[in-house]
Design a protein. Structure first.
Length: 178
C-alpha cells in the first residue's frame, strides 16, 4: 500500500460554498431523517489552512439511517469505507469521489455522540480563537512535511495539540455561565 502524502494548503475562500453545495445534496438524500449536517475540520474555520478536503459530519438519531442510504450516497459519488468501523464503530465513513484526489470526507454519527460533540467543540474553539487556529496551521504545515519525509502518521502527530485544544474548550465550556 503506498504511503499517504499529506498536503496542507492556505485557506481557500470557496470552502464554505463547497460545503453548502454538498450539504444541499446530502439534505435531500437524508430527507425525513432529522439529519443535522455540519461542516467540520480545518476547512470549516475561516483563515485556517488545511488539506483541501471538505469534512462533513451528519448527525442522525440512528446509524441505520446511514446504512439504508449507502446506495443513494454512491449515486452522489460517495464511496462507503466500512473497514474503518473496526477503529470507530460508532461512525459510518464515506469519501468522494471514488478515485483520488478526494474532495469530501463524510462522517455519519449519532447526534450527541462523543464523536459529534468533540468535533463541534474543536471546530468552534478554533473559530473563536484565531491565534490557536494560526498555531494549528503552523503545526500542520510542519507535521505534513515531517510525516511525508518520515512516513509517520500525520493525524497521530497532531493528536497532542487536538487533545490540548479539546481540554481547553471543555474547561471554557464548564466556566461559561448559562
Amino acid at each position: 500500500m503506498p504511503r499517504k502524502e499529506w498536503i496542507v494548503v492556505p485557506y481557500r475562500a470557496e470552502w464554505p460554498q463547497l460545503f453548502a453545495r454538498e450539504a444541499d445534496l446530502l439534505a435531500h438524500a437524508f430527507q425525513g431523517t432529522g439529519a443535522v449536517i455540519e461542516h467540520i475540520g480545518s476547512t470549516a474555520v475561516a483563515g485556517l489552512g488545511a488539506k483541501p478536503v471538505i469534512d462533513i459530519m451528519i448527525g442522525l438519531s440512528s446509524l441505520v439511517d446511514a446504512e439504508r442510504r449507502v446506495h443513494e450516497l454512491a449515486r452522489l459519488d460517495y464511496q462507503y469505507v466500512p473497514q474503518y468501523e473496526a477503529e470507530l464503530p460508532d461512525r459510518r465513513y464515506f469519501r468522494k469521489p471514488f478515485q483520488r484526489p478526494r474532495t469530501h470526507h463524510l462522517h455519519i454519527v449519532e447526534l450527541g455522540s462523543d464523536f459529534w460533540v468533540r468535533h463541534l467543540l474543536f471546530r468552534d474553539y478554533l473559530r473563536a480563537h484565531p491565534e490557536t487556529a494560526a498555531a494549528y496551521y503552523e503545526l500542520k504545515k510542519r507535521l505534513a512535511a515531517e510525516s511525508n519525509a518520515s512516513g509517520m502518521d500525520y493525524t497521530e502527530l497532531k493528536s497532542p495539540f487536538v487533545t490540548d485544544v479539546l481540554r481547553r474548550a471543555q474547561s471554557q465550556q464548564h466556566h461559561t455561565p448559562h
